[in-house]
Design a protein around this ligand. Structure first.
Ligand code: SF4
Ligand code: SF4
Length: 151
């Protein structure tokens, strides 16, 4: 077929539409329907940090040793601890984690001797402000609360 005839009968357009409609079968759809369907996350994925607590007592597993802060190449973990005069044990006082600078390398959780700090499979970390990227101890213990959009 000549070029002119192809143009007159819109052959290219119909060829393109044939490809488009060939992919309309729902079984051919490979795009993940996020957020309607939760994506499968790799087992070893490192996402949102979490500060673990003892499930029975609710006490923090953190012993205030500062090893996570020292291990972090970005120096984004800032924590303070104080000595409990009754138990003579060091206890965590304040803890901040600047998520905006984190590269999720996992060195902090590897350094933690009590498994208090953990990088979880939560991946929804977007915030509307830069300040929202700085998580305090409460946020780390309770975990993120991302907005769940409905269709
Ligand atoms: S994952 Fe890496 S960059 Fe992020 S806080 Fe831990 S050590 Fe620092
Ligand atoms: S390394 Fe673990 S126990 Fe030590 S301060 Fe960090 S979170 Fe707490």
């Amino acid at each position: 077929m000549g070029k002119l005839l192809k143009k007159i009968f819109l052959v290219d357009l119909f060829q393109g539409l044939r490809v488009t409609f060939r992919s309309q079968n729902p079984r051919s759809i490979v795009t993940e329907q996020y957020p309607a369907e939760r994506p499968r996350i790799a087992e070893r994925y490192r996402g949102a940090p979490r500060m673990n607590t003892n499930p029975e007592t609710g006490e923090s597993l953190c012993i205030g040793c500062n090893l996570c802060a020292l291990a972090c190449p970005e120096s984004l973990i800032v924590m303070t601890s104080e000595r409990n005069e009754k138990t003579k044990r060091k206890e965590l006082a304040t803890y901040t984690f600047d998520l905006s600078r984190c590269m999720f390398c996992g060195l902090c959780e590897d350094a933690c001797p009590t498994d208090a700090l953990e990088l979880t499979q939560d991946f929804e970390l977007a915030t509307y402000t830069r300040e929202g990227q700085i998580w305090d101890r409460k946020m780390l213990e309770e975990g993120p609360r991302p907005t769940r959009y409905k269709w």
